[in-house]
Design a protein around this ligand. Structure first.
Ligand SMILES: Cc1ncc(COP(=O)(O)O)c(C=O)c1O
Length: 460
């Protein structure tokens, strides 16, 4: 940001009537950095030049920059220009800044409709740099879609093998996230004459894919206590679904983990089962003891980098027999559902770093989960502390999800109501509360929730 003119035009119309010039200026710079109009790492114009370009006194600029510096948005080395940076309170957290707009002045809205995290900042930037270093050889090839970069397919296959499920790279198809994996599999496996069995509750993205295909859905319940495999097997026997979609590992939204016994029974059923393992790595137990992957001749596993690394990376995968992968590659939908090669390189680099990223992420998420669970204690609802994942699944006692989300939205807290997670739009007394916000934001959310979701009068 060399020129003062470029800088001022990036700020746009920055003066706000109800704020001092200094605060208006500081807020406008913060917003412009978060919007990407001013790049992190760019030097600021000299104060005198900036004051002239903005039409304010030098004192206003000095004060505005001091506010930004104190708040962590500028780094100034003695005798040199100030350089824009992101404050550590944004880069060192898992909560996306848009959840609470990074606590930029004036933020009152807390958006917890999605259970998503920000990227692990340092690890991601380092992986991006290493990937850039490796991309020269990619550029001399066509860049058109394949089953995935060989090194990434190998890295994903190796993780399965190390977790006790021997896997060769030709059993892996890299996709543009788990959603793309699901699209391809539903395209391959859905038989219009037969229903699809989904859990109740289930992941809304899967419902969207299945509704998009006009699939008839039947359900089998999952609670925080787990799966009722007798009932599941009975539904398979009586309704003869042609496909099942399940989340055995830290099920979204209940957080449940399927037992080894339930896995064996499920894998033995006579129907194709898509096991979505997107949440698998978000194990928040103090001594993690992961179950073996759900596996069997009828099971197809899908996974993603979205939850551990970043939803913006758009890299996921399918693990299936090599023959099924070859068949999936014949689908004309496959190339557009495949991530760009540079994103694959970043994913490859990140996967090499996964243990250190996971250690930090799970520690932060565990602290946030424990904080939320403590806040929820004694309310007019029931819940179980989830052993992993990103959310608490709350059963309301005396009000509906619709009424409480309406009240919460008016108070500035947005949440996803239970029916979002139900194929038949029931679950009207449930709410999903993600713990993907910082603890102080969760405090605020907890207060609104108590007001909105009908805690008994005495507790308010
Ligand atoms: C169970 C489950 N599967 C898939 C996804 C989406 O994954 P992706 O971003 O890789 O498409 C999510 C995200 O919330 C999820 O919870």
């Amino acid at each position: 940001m060399e020129s003062a003119r470029t800088f001022t035009s990036a700020l746009g119309d920055w003066r706000e009537d109800h704020k001092s010039l200094t605060t208006s200026l500081a807020d406008a710079v913060r917003e412009a950095v978060l919007d990407g109009r001013i790049s992190v790492g760019s030097p600021l114009p000299a104060e005198r030049t900036l004051a002239a370009a903005l039409g304010v006194s030098r004192g206003t600029v000095v004060a505005g920059l001091a506010e930004l510096r104190d708040d962590g948005w500028l780094r100034t080395r003695h005798g040199s220009r100030s350089v824009v940076r992101l404050p550590p309170r944004l880069t060192e957290r898992t909560a996306p800044w848009s959840v609470d707009r990074g606590q930029v002045a004036g933020a009152t809205r807390i958006d917890l409709t999605a259970a998503v995290t920000a990227a692990p900042h340092g690890a991601y930037l380092a992986a991006l740099e290493r990937a850039t270093g490796r991309c020269a050889t990619l550029l001399v090839d066509s860049g058109t879609s394949t089953a995935g970069l060989p090194s990434l397919r190998e890295a994903v296959a190796d993780r399965y093998t190390r977790a006790g499920l021997p896997t060769r790279p030709d059993q892996i198809l890299i996709t543009s996230g788990a959603m793309a994996a699901l699209h391809l599999l539903v395209d391959q496996l859905h038989d219009r004459r037969r229903p699809v069995l989904v859990e109740q509750p289930t992941f809304p993205g899967a419902l969207a894919v299945l509704r998009g295909r006009r699939a008839r859905m039947i359900t089998s319940p999952v609670t925080a206590d787990g799966w009722d495999l007798d009932r599941f097997a009975e539904t398979v026997r009586t309704d003869r679904p042609g496909l099942a979609y399940v989340m055995p590992d830290f099920h979204n939204p209940t957080g449940a983990m399927m037992s080894a016994a339930a896995r064996s029974r499920l894998a033995a059923l006579d129907l194709p089962v898509v096991a979505d393992e997107t949440m698998r790595d978000l194990d928040l137990r103090l001594s993690p003891s992961p179950e073996r992957h759900l596996t069997g001749p009828n099971v197809i596993n899908i996974g993603s980098t979205s939850k551990v690394f970043w939803s913006g990376l758009r890299v996921g995968w399918i693990r299936a027999s090599a023959a099924r992968i070859r068949e999936l590659l014949l689908n004309p939908l496959q190339p557009p559902l495949s991530p760009p090669p540079l994103e694959q390189l970043i994913a490859d680099e990140l996967l090499r770093d996964i243990s250190s990223v996971l250690a930090e992420r799970t520690a932060q998420l565990r602290a946030q989960r424990d904080h939320l669970v403590a806040l929820l204690a004694g309310g007019d609802w029931t819940y179980t502390t989830p052993p992993g994942g990103l959310a608490v699944w709350l059963r309301l006692h005396h009000t509906t999800a619709a009424a409480s989300t309406r009240r919460a939205t008016r108070a500035g807290l947005m949440l996803s109501p239970g029916p979002t997670f139900a194929a038949d739009r029931t679950l009207t007394h449930y709410l999903r509360i993600p713990f993907t916000a910082t603890t102080d934001v969760l405090d605020h959310a907890g207060r609104i929730l108590r007001e909105s979701a009908g805690a008994p009068e005495a507790m308010r």
